[in-house]
Design a protein around this ligand. Structure first.
Ligand code: FAD
Length: 393
């Protein structure tokens, strides 16, 4: 049968179903999501949606009527509980079952939790979906002391919004600099300075021993012995892939569902796309798991093409962005393994970029308020570095 069922109505799931219809798939298409909303963009959640600058209607990836006009069966509020590969059938949490011809798993990630004492006190939050932001915004009404555990993108974006709303904000980070996993020291120190000037406090190289409080959070006890007063604590220590459905069905997983360049899993009838996947990149000669809009969109297009019978071999040049205050960071390529950097422009002007080189080849560029350099970088990464390869910052 030619029905395609997609689990997970997020960025990737929405792209798969749209690309399938656009590509000429005429059979049944079902998009099952556990959330009550139509598919939406997550990046604004920690930016303009959190600050209240935009509302729900600006988050939808397609107008809600799109799915019915395209004859796509969007099934919200429905969680898939298990995959029966022999019968090609899904068990839904509400007790129903649903057959599939081809299945696409696009279940994304969930916020990583930490199991320290007090992690489940009221006032301790994570940020992954619309519901989380609505909850945090309600807390912003009455709470002034925010502690953010984790100095990655989401932690820093929330710090920026909270600071602009006049909150007292402290970021606690285990590493010696924020965003260490993904950017060079020059970018990290630019962001430490930026946030510090706005009044955000940092505790670097610092762990968290406990979150304290009686009926709700009152303080965060640090590994240094210091106790930070807090009435709202955001835990932003990364995400873990939702690969358990796949693993329980016996599909190959390794912190992510293993797929090939067509998005195919170890079962000929099951594909996967987006944050929940891990694949081998010929470009980077290692397996990668991406958490980005770029990957969710492009890998989903590849999956749709593969289902439509085309030959595809997805091996992207990754790109990503983060907005904090008036500053846009754009990342092109993966900088791991670089042996040299070139700084162009002035961090003091809030406009510069860092080019990452490996054996003289440009492998990645982090741009600060330099969109032209970013766009060009996406074209020339892989070329030998030379003066003039990228425009001035
Ligand atoms: P998701 O969009 O997470 O969708 C997965 C969906 O599957 C969810 O709705 C989930 O509820 C559903 N689901 C899971 N399990 C089941 C089940 N068993 N049954 C039914 N439904 C299920 N990326 C960028 O490139 N730039 C940014 O600036 C940026 N900012 C971000 C800010 C925040 C706060 C967050 C959370 C993410 C951000 N990202 C950003 C990452 C980007 O949003 C993700 O990479 C992208 O959403 C991945 O799409 P996806 O479809 O794989 O997963």
């Amino acid at each position: 049968q030619d029905s395609v069922v997609v689990i997970g109505a997020g960025q990737a799931g929405a792209q798969v179903v749209q690309s399938l219809r656009q590509g000429g798939h005429t059979g049944i298409i079902r998009l099952i999501g556990e959330e009550p909303h139509p598919p939406y963009q997550r990046p604004p959640l920690s930016k303009k949606f959190l600050s209240g600058e935009i509302g729900h209607e600006n988050l939808w990836l397609r107008p809600p009527a799109f799915y019915s006009t395209q004859n796509i069966d969007l099934i919200p509020n429905t969680r898939v509980a298990a995959i029966d590969r022999d019968k090609q059938r899904l068990a839904l949490e509400n007790g129903d079952t649903l057959g599939y011809g081809k299945l696409v798993i696009a279940t994304g990630t969930q916020a990583r939790r930490i199991s320290i004492p007090g992690h489940d006190l009221p006032g301790v939050v994570t940020l992954r979906g619309i519901g989380d932001v609505e909850h945090i915004r309600a807390q912003f009404e009455t709470h002034a002391n925010i502690v953010i555990i984790g100095g990655g993108y989401i932690g820093l974006e929330v710090a920026a919004v909270a600071k602009e709303l006049g909150k007292s904000v402290t970021v606690v980070e285990a590493q010696d600099r924020p965003m260490k996993r993904v950017v060079s020291p020059v970018i990290s120190s630019f962001y430490t300075d930026l946030h510090s000037k706005k009044g955000v406090a940092f505790r670097l190289e610092t762990g968290v021993d406990a979150i304290e409080g009686t009926n709700s959070v009152e303080a965060v006890r640090l590994s240094t012995g210091e106790s930070l007063p807090a009435d709202l604590v955001l835990i932003a220590v990364g995400a873990v892939p939702n690969d358990h459905l796949a693993a329980e069905a016996g599909l190959e997983t390794d912190s992510g569902i293993i797929v090939d360049g067509a998005g195919l899993t170890s079962d000929e009838a099951i594909y996967a796309a987006g944050d929940c996947t891990r694949f081998y990149s010929n470009r980077y000669r290692r397996s990668v798991r991406m958490e980005s809009v770029q990957n969710a969109i492009d890998q989903s297009k590849a999956v749709a093409q593969a289902i439509l019978g085309e030959d595809v071999d997805y091996d992207p040049l990754p790109w990503f962005w983060s907005d904090q205050y008036h500053v846009k960071l754009q990342i092109a390529g993966l900088s791991d393994g670089y042996d040299d950097t070139v700084l162009v422009g002035e961090p003091a002007d809030d406009k510069f970029y860092v080019a990452y080189l490996k054996a003289g080849i440009l492998v990645a560029v982090d741009s600060i308020n330099a969109p032209r350099s970013h766009m060009m970088a996406r074209r020339v990464i892989g070329e030998p570095w030379r003066e003039g390869l990228l425009p001035e910052a």
